[in-house]
Design a binder for this molecule. Sequence first.
Ligand SMILES: Nc1nc2c(ncn2[C@@H]2O[C@H](COP(=O)(O)OP(=O)(O)OP(=O)(O)O)[C@@H](O)[C@H]2O)c(=O)[nH]1
Ligand SMILES: [Mg+2]
Length: 271
Amino acid sequence: MPAISPPALSIIVPVYNEQGRLPATLDGLSEVLSDLSWTAEVVVVDNGSTDRSADIVRAHPSGPVPIHLMSCATRGKGAAVRAGVLATTSRYVGFCDADLATDLAALSPALAQLGAGVNVVVGSRAHPESDVQARHNVARRTGASLFRWSTRQLVPGIADTQCGFKFFDRATADAAFRPLRTLGFAFDVEVLARTQRSGAVIAEIPVAWTDVAGSTFDPLHDGWQTFAALAGIRATLANEQTGTRAQRAARSQAFLDMPAGDVARGALRGV
Ligand SMILES: Nc1nc2c(ncn2[C@@H]2O[C@H](COP(=O)(O)OP(=O)(O)OP(=O)(O)O)[C@@H](O)[C@H]2O)c(=O)[nH]1
Ligand SMILES: [Mg+2]
């Protein structure tokens, strides 16, 4: 089979039971990406949704922008984004949420920043020029403020780690996602901490963000896990700094040798 060159951009969409929000999202992504001057693909990564999410992706009419469906054996948004990033080979890669809460108008400025040499572009609801509509209720907002405060030491200077809209150049993405251990909603913090420690240039950009009904984030179940994950990230990163170079390499190899489920480059299935 002749080698097909990868597109310039891959957008990963992690999905868990998104049958309600997915059709409009796939339409929106197809429309915006087909207007780009860059070649692009969408990769939906599903963790065994029990609804019709996978069928909706398979049935989406094919257009100029390929939409692939991947499954990921490990549950969690972080696990799904990691699987998608490591399965693609495009020059630039990023992710957005299935609710498209972040307006795709931010895509062009994000790509312009990457093209200008920025390594990581972070959509930020805390940017003074962002337009944030219908934010969460008071309890969720309080939790989010506390979470932001808790991330300050891990990712100094990054005002919003949790907006589901981040784009990377390939080398920076691979280096940050391959060793990623945080598989739930807090994975962004580990990814950003790793990119900061590697000396990557990170830009936070303004976004238009609208709360969309149908969140998969359960404040009771996911909230405390997300906080607890911060302690895990601190420990992991500190641990990686200790020991001899050989010990660090052995630890990291042992992690990489773990069965990665269906994470394999080129294993995408077009639909
Ligand atoms: N593959 C996969 N995707 C997930 C999982 N959990 C959440 N997601 C996806 O992660 C994205 C973000 O989830 P949302 O439900 O929008 O949660 P959120 O953006 O953190 O919180 P809200 O602000 O309340 O929307 C969506 O695309 C979800 O489908 C999971 O376990 N596996
Ligand atoms: Mg959301």
